[in-house]
Design a protein around this ligand. Structure first.
Ligand code: MN
Length: 430
């Protein structure tokens, strides 16, 4: 399907993608939902005001006259599909409704270069998982040796912790180096000061939508897709020295709560459907609540991993040109997004539209696919060599981490872009 918007068809933001975000521009500084098409943004508030979304399942209801996507996300998944289908039609080359309406086109189709992006969702709860077996194995090896690398629960439970929604920030927001308590093994006592082991974690974030499950009512595997709205790139900034001292027995706390960055565009799961792949085989077989009806009989649990190529690049004050330091893929996750959601809610935990689930660091099996600096530089023993001649064990002030993600069909015809998730480290507060 072709679009009348110039440059859209051959881009990673064609009609096959249509990710949602929230933007504003100089003529109208009020943040409002939009959908990205090529190097333009379609203003959804303007399109809805013009009555062009009335023949969707939304009918007369206004969901885009808002500064976040929460209202739209709270509608049933059938409404997301209906709106997406309608937007694809409205932007299609052979549809005159918007194409030939010069006034509305001028008002609603804004060049990307003119817009400012905002946090797209008011995030209710943020949970971060630990679902890459390679990452868990690497970190476990560093701390306990390869024989005891995986904790005994790892192959049974999608492990996670409850994170901090209030500090999820949009790509581009500067990241202040946190201060906290640290204690190296050799130190007799803890000390307080700026973190010396600031790290990134390459993750994908899943935004939930759909009407709440009632308190006490789990979301079964066969119905998870009613709740999976879309995905973003997520950087779970981590202060490793603070983490090492605080994490036992209750898990990460201040080492993670100072910032989590996300990319501005939420790619709908419908756009990712062609890139669904089987996750790694799961042995031992998970409990039935982590399998779909038909997976109970067959393995592996097909279909909830995605072939999304991921990259991390690093720039420094001395070397402004980002250098790729990691190439990974979403398909390396051991536990799938579906299993994460089924597990999260098996107690009857209420999951609300606008909740965010982090995948956990997505490390692959090879040394160049490790999704954190802790692993890439192997706890500081193998520093990353920059083209500038600098070395990095952990992040310095002035360093920028640039994460990107995209899908590409095997024939190269379809590309789905996520854009970038960027953050630059600024010095700790004096
Ligand atoms: Mn994490």
């Amino acid at each position: 399907m072709k679009s009348f918007v110039p440059s859209a068809d051959n881009s990673a933001f064609s009609l096959a993608n249509l990710p949602y975000g929230v933007c504003s521009d100089a003529p109208d500084p009020s943040p409002r939902p939009g959908v990205r098409i090529g190097d333009h943004v379609l203003d959804l508030r303007a399109v809805e005001t013009a009555g062009l979304l009335r023949n969707t399942t939304l009918g007369q209801e206004r969901v885009f006259d808002a500064s976040t996507l929460n209202h739209f996300m709270s509608k049933p998944h059938t409404a997301w599909r209906s709106v997406r289908t309608r937007l694809q039609a409205l932007l299609a080359a052979d549809n005159p409704e918007l194409r030939d309406n010069a006034a509305l086109r001028e008002k609603s189709l804004i060049p990307l270069s003119r817009v400012q992006m905002h946090l797209p969702v008011e995030i209710g709860d943020y949970t971060d998982f630990y679902s890459s077996r390679h990452h868990a194995f690497n970190v476990g090896t560093m701390f306990r040796g390869p024989e005891n690398a995986l904790m005994p629960n790892y192959l049974h439970i999608p492990v996670g912790y409850h994170g901090r929604a209030s500090t999820v920030v949009l790509s581009g927001t500067p990241i202040r180096r946190p201060s906290g308590q640290t204690k190296a093994d050799a130190d007799p006592a803890p000390k307080f000061g700026p973190s010396q082991r600031l790290d990134f974690e390459l993750e994908m974030g899943v935004f939930l939508g759909g009407p709440d499950n009632a308190l006490g009512e789990p979301i079964p595997m066969d119905r998870v897709e009613e709740r999976l709205f879309g995905m973003v790139i997520l950087n779970d900034w981590s202060a490793r020295d603070i983490q090492a001292w605080e994490y036992q027995p209750l898990g990460p706390f201040l080492s993670k709560n100072f910032a989590t960055s996300i990319s501005p565009w939420i790619v709908p799961f419908e756009a990712l459907a062609p890139f669904r792949v089987a996750p790694p085989a799961q042995e031992p077989k998970p409990f039935a609540y982590l399998l779909r009806e038909r997976d109970v009989a067959e393995q592996p649990a097909a279909g909830w991993s995605y072939d999304i190529a991921l990259e991390v690049a690093l720039a420094t004050a001395k070397q402004p040109l980002p250098q790729t330091i990691c190439r990974s893929n979403h398909r390396h996750l051991y536990w799938t997004v579906a299993q994460q959601l089924a597990h999260h809610s098996i107690t009857g935990c209420r999951m609300r539209p606008g909740d965010l689930l982090g995948s956990g660091t997505i490390s692959g099996p090879t040394e160049d696919s490790y999704g954190s600096m802790l692993e890439l530089a192997w706890r500081g023993t193998k520093p990353i060599k920059m083209q500038s001649g600098e070395e990095r064990r952990f992040l310095h002030d002035g360093d920028s981490v640039v994460m990107s993600a995209s899908c590409r069909s095997s024939d190269g015809q379809t590309r789905i872009g996520f854009g970038e998730c960027v953050g630059t480290i600024v010095p700790a507060r004096g």
